[in-house]
Design a protein around this ligand. Structure first.
Ligand code: SF4
Length: 231
């Protein structure tokens, strides 16, 4: 019996890691470990798919058939557009230069400061204690951390607001400060960019019993003030 003819695909560097091909043709494509580029990891038997369904699945023309016969483009089938694909939407990016240029520029500025990294762990805070109060001032993340995909996905530089929950726990002498990111586009960078979890939990023990807690968040400055009244 003759061998089954196989078709092989390839993915170009222009892939924007939108996941479409991996979701629609999971037996042919998968994401690389960094979730930055799809990989055509397996040849597929001729006839299993119309190659144009695969090629048109990609919104940025990154997929090509490199082994196998490509039939003439079918009439009536349409290429998936960037609007219909699961591509991250443009953020508030107004710089229209190519993403590679913006990424190269970001790299030339060097490492981010440790304080911005602390913010993503809920560690960037100061505490002032008075006879009647503890006054915490938390700085929340203000910038989306640097990563190649930040530019490739056209993500904004300004960090979306974190959701915040502040609670008193245990014997009334410990406060819990939780913060988490809900923005789905920026969250995709978590686990890719350095030191970028999608949430933090800070537990702070106090030496006095607490009567009440009030909070005030300033979104323009991304500052969270927590006033804790002692009993
Ligand atoms: S469909 Fe195109 S852009 Fe999206 S992951 Fe696959 S190759 Fe990359």
């Amino acid at each position: 019996m003759a061998d089954m003819p196989m078709e092989t695909y390839a993915v170009a560097e222009t892939c924007i890691a939108c996941d479409a091909c991996c979701n629609d043709f999971g037996d042919v494509f998968k994401m690389n470990a960094e979730h930055t580029l799809a990989i055509a990891y397996a040849p597929v038997a001729k006839g299993r798919y119309d190659p144009w369904d695969i090629i048109y699945d990609c919104p940025v023309d990154a997929i090509s058939l490199i082994k196998g016969e490509l039939p003439p483009p079918p009439e009536g089938k349409k290429k998936k557009s960037t609007e219909t694909a699961a591509v991250p939407e443009p953020g508030e990016v107004t710089d229209s230069r190519p993403w590679e240029v913006r990424w190269a520029e970001a790299q030339s500025k060097g490492e981010e400061g440790y304080w911005e990294r602390f913010k993503r762990y809920g560690e960037a805070y100061v505490l002032e204690e008075t006879p009647n109060q503890y006054r915490f001032r938390f700085e929340l993340p203000s910038r989306v951390p640097e990563h190649k995909m930040k530019y490739k996905w056209n993500l904004p530089d300004k960090m979306p607001d974190y959701k915040i929950d502040v609670k008193l726990n245990g014997d009334g002498k410990r406060i819990l400060v939780k913060g988490w990111l809900e923005d789905a586009r920026v969250k995709r960078l978590c686990g890719m960019a350095n030191s970028f979890p999608d949430r933090f939990l800070r537990e702070i023990d106090l030496s006095h019993q607490v009567k009440e807690i009030t909070t005030n968040y300033n979104p323009a400055e991304k500052i969270l003030d927590i006033i804790v009244n002692k009993q």
